[in-house]
Each structure stands twice: as C-alpha cells, then as structure tokens.
Design a protein around this ligand. Sequence first.
Ligand SMILES: Nc1nc2c(ncn2[C@@H]2O[C@H](COP(=O)(O)OP(=O)(O)OP(=O)(O)O)[C@@H](O)[C@H]2O)c(=O)[nH]1
Length: 394
Amino acid sequence: MLPLQWPSPMTSTEIYLLLAILGALVVTGGVVYARRRALPPGKTPPSLTEAPSDRALASGAGRRAEVPVRPLTPEELARAAEQERYVAGLARTRGGFVAKLARLFSGRPRVSAELRDEVETVLFTADIGAKAAQKLLDQVTDLLDKSDVADADKVWAVIRTAARQILTVPAAPLDYSPNPPPYVLLMIGVNGVGKTTTLGKLAAFHKAAGRRVLLVAGDTFRAAAGEQLEIWARRVGCEIHLGKEGADPSSVIHDGIYRGAREGFDVVLCDTAGRLHTKKELMDELQKIRRSCAKALARARGVGEAEVRGPHDTFLVLDATIGQNALAQAVLFKETMDFTGLVLTKLDGTAKGGVVLGVCDELAFRSASSASARRSTTCARSTPTPSSRPCSAT
Ligand SMILES: Nc1nc2c(ncn2[C@@H]2O[C@H](COP(=O)(O)OP(=O)(O)OP(=O)(O)O)[C@@H](O)[C@H]2O)c(=O)[nH]1
C-alpha cells in the first residue's frame, strides 16, 4: 500500500481553495463579458427564460427565431441558470468598493488631487484590510501619476490585476482521488459561520461528480448539529456517520473515517463543532481531531501513524459578513491548524467579501516569513516548488 503523499510543512500552509468573491466575480464577470461581446453596444442581454415581446414579434424580430438555432442542452441550461444565480447572489458584493470606484470615475475625464484622495478613501474604507488596500493603491496611483486622463477602464484593469496577484497563491491542485481512497476533508471554523451548510453543498458537488460520499457528524457538542447534517445527507442522497450526542468528537471522526475507508467510500467529509479561535482548549481539541484523522487512515491502510499527517484537506470557513474579524480568525486558526483551504460564506448577504483579499495577503505574508525563518534556521531540507493557481469558486 502506498503511504499518503503529504505536502511539506510549507506547502500545507498554503491555500488551495479560496472561495467565492473573486472566483465568483471572475465567473460572473466572464459571463457578463461574453454576453456583452455578442451584443451590439447599448443592448442588454435578454433573460434566458424571457419570451419575445409582441412588439418584437411584430417588428419581425421573432421571425429571426426561424433561423435554425441549436436549442440549449439541459446541461447548458443548468450551467446558465447557475451563472445567473451567481450574478444575482453576488449583487451586494459587487455593489461594494468596486461600484464606489466605478462611480468615482464616471463623468470625471481628468485626474485631480481630489480624485486621488477619493480613490484612497474608497480603498481604505473597503473591507479589504489596510495592507492589501495599500498594495492596490500603490498600483493605482502609479498609473494615475503616469497619465493625467482619468480612464476608469485602465484603473479598473490595474485593480483587477493587482487583486488577482494577491489571490494567486502557490498551491498544489486539489486531488479528490488519492490512492488509496478515500479523500478526507475536515471542516473547521467558529460558531455559525456555515460549516455544516458548506459540507452539505460539497457533498452534493461530489455526488454529482459520481463519487460515493460519507458525511461524518463530528459536531457532537451542539444539539441538533447531527440532525442538520442528516437532513443534508438525505437531500444529497449520501450516507452519514453519526456518533452519540456528547461523544468525543475525535472518536466519532476516527470511526467515521475508518468506516469510510473500509466500506469503499471515495470521499469522507467531516464536520466539527464551532469554536472560538481565542479558546485554547478548543483549539487544542482540533489538533487532537487532526491526529485522529491520521490515526484512522493509518489503521485502515495498515501503515504507521507517522506516515500519515492528517486529513487530505482542512478548510477554514469564514463568514464574509463579519468583515475584518474574519482576518483575525484566519490568523489565529492558522497558528493552531495547518488549514489548506478557505471558504468564504454568506456572500449573498453582504458587500464585505473584499476581506478575502486581506486574508490572502496576510496569510501569504505569514507563510513567506515563516518559510524564510525556517530556511534561515535549517538549510538541509529542500522545499518542493508548489505550482501557482488563481483561486476558484465552487
Ligand atoms: N445567506 C447565507 N446563509 C448561510 C450560508 N451558509 C450558511 N448559512 C446559514 O448560516 C447559519 C449557520 O450555518 P451552519 O451551517 O449551521 O453553520 P455552522 O458553522 O455549522 O454552525 P455551528 O455548528 O453552530 O458552528 C444557518 O442558518 C445557515 O443556513 C450562506 O452562504 N449564505
């Protein structure tokens, strides 16, 4: 049997999955752009479900439908509907600092000192954090210094590029099919951020991809957490491993993973109880949970515990509506748990999703500083070069 291939301590501190805001903006931006390109200037794209109006039919527009047009397949329709959901769901996020910046430039053909100040104010009051805001501002002012024409498109392109750079983190691609299976994911975060809900969504994602999924109800603390996960399991059509209420979460997760491996599941998704990042004993419990993941996988494979470090992935869930507090959570969780992915939830209800920029910037900075500190104290160990990839949306 093959031992699991774990990333080095350095790469495991890197972020694989940065959900939502920019990824989703890329998706939705791509959709809007593709549609705009296909239309004459000034026309807005019709809704996918919209029937042609009487006037359009009378003017002959309806007759154009007689030209044979390939009807959309059910998959294409589902994809288009999903993209429309992104656009609608992220309306608030798009209406944040991005919209404010766009408003600043409309009707302002020339750059003035006042305009520069206003750009600075928008960037610093956006929820992206002071350091990330300064990075964006440096790029923008650099451009504005070179030109005295206030070209909103150019400024926007500079901001997009700088934001993408922050979000492009070095990371190996996600591998949902380790050899041997199953792929094990641990979900962590403070109370009520959306861990269970996200697990349910991920279970649906894996199920749709044809994988056999086992949910593990590792939140034995909150009454009804297990029932909530059971509802997701029923909805998705996957199996669930439940422990007794109040049982040791490490033991429930150990048994769930062991069962997943023994019974041939492809994917095992483990929930954990919400915990405050400031409570040491709860953070210590997470380390115990991580060790029990390793123990279960090692036992299932008949290898030594030292050969398995923990779950394949650990995702930290952050609630986007809390703004800068998410940054503090990410930093403190990182000190205890080497999480490999970030999930930003509730973007449908906030304009504060920009915090993901601050989080990525801060974590990349910390990874780089701890890596250079490691390099300066140990020179014998070489670190594999991780690949870079931009964040993606789920
Ligand atoms: N609007 C919105 N609500 C969400 C989202 N994700 C989760 N929620 C809601 O947030 C609340 C908490 O979600 P849970 O999934 O129970 O959060 P949790 O982190 O598992 O909670 P604890 O187990 O108590 O720590 C529920 O009411 C969810 O429906 C989201 O993306 N958007």
